[in-house]
Design a protein around this ligand. Structure first.
Ligand SMILES: C[S@@+](CC[C@H](N)C(=O)[O-])C[C@H]1O[C@@H](n2cnc3c(N)ncnc32)[C@H](O)[C@@H]1O
Length: 256
């Protein structure tokens, strides 16, 4: 009759020894567990005093510039743009198969849109802007030029409003630095790109004092890389083909 008592004692002893010798495991409190997702979504936005050309909102330490209004269409379409910035070199450098679906984000008057369209006769350019006046200008020009592979699309300041995985590529020329919600825009772009899809980013070189553009309308390559890669897009290359601007390529990785 003593056996069950002995067995129970042995079991308890073994259990105590196992507990004693178990290596230290980091244990999370319930407060720590609920904090984890919040830590992942730490905002990289800060507020500060607005400079003349800025909005007083900073992303990864860079002050976001004011949006260029539609009355500046004349400047975007200026005749000496080719001579100054050589956009044709950028367009030649874009590796776009003829069936590419590409979004020109912050298309403005469509300076790049209408020069890319002939390169992709079986694809299309989705010209996106937040200013309806820019889209009206684009539509008028599209009709004048009889272009049939350009569509216009009204985006929101924080959302492209595109179908997930609907883009082969995206282009942002002198536009990203003025996005008031770059973090949200980049996340929206990440989702809209197909895996392997590319982002071509053109920004005036912030490292180069010789580029005659206001500082908040320029970006250094290091800053652009820091910001864009924070969305999960991966840096691929930075071409030196342009006289004033970076032409950077990023891609949505094939695997998450
Ligand atoms: C300086 S213009 C450049 C236009 C054109 N890419 C070019 O190089 O001729 C920047 C454009 O970005 C647009 N923009 C600003 N924030 C935007 C956003 N969140 N989404 C789409 N377009 C935006 C502005 O309305 C403006 O038309």
């Amino acid at each position: 009759m003593k056996r069950p008592i002995i067995s129970l004692s042995i079991i308890l002893l073994v259990a105590a020894l196992v507990r004693f010798y178990q290596p230290d495991q980091p244990t999370a409190t319930s407060a720590e567990l609920s904090a984890a997702p919040v830590a992942e979504s730490i905002s990289h936005y800060t507020e500060g005093t607005a400079s003349v050309d800025g909005i007083g909102k900073f992303f990864h330490g860079r002050e976001i510039s004011k949006v260029m209004g539609h009355p500046a269409i004349g400047w975007l379409e200026r005749e000496d743009r080719e001579q100054e910035e050589a956009p044709s070199l950028a367009i030649d450098a874009l590796p776009l198969p003829p069936n590419t679906v590409i979004a020109d984000i912050g298309a403005g008057s469509g300076y790049y849109t209408f020069r890319i369209a002939p390169k992709i006769p079986f694809g299309k350019v989705i010209a996106i802007d937040i200013q309806p006046e820019m889209l009206t200008y684009l539509e008028k020009k599209s009709a004048e030029l009889k272009v049939n592979n350009v569509t216009t699309h009204l985006g929101a300041i924080d959302d492209l409003k595109l179908e997930p995985g609907s883009l082969d590529a995206a282009l942002m020329v002198d536009a990203y630095h003025e996005f008031s919600h770059p973090d949200e825009m980049l996340k929206s772009l990440f989702t809209a790109l197909k895996p392997g899809g590319k982002l071509y980013l053109v920004e005036y070189r912030g490292e180069d004092d010789g580029v005659p553009i206001k500082p908040l309308h320029k970006m250094t390559a290091a800053q652009a890389k820091l910001e864009i890669e924070s969305s999960g897009l991966r840096f691929v290359s930075n071409s030196t083909v342009l006289p004033w601007q970076h032409l950077m390529t990023f891609e949505r990785p094939l695997t998450p």
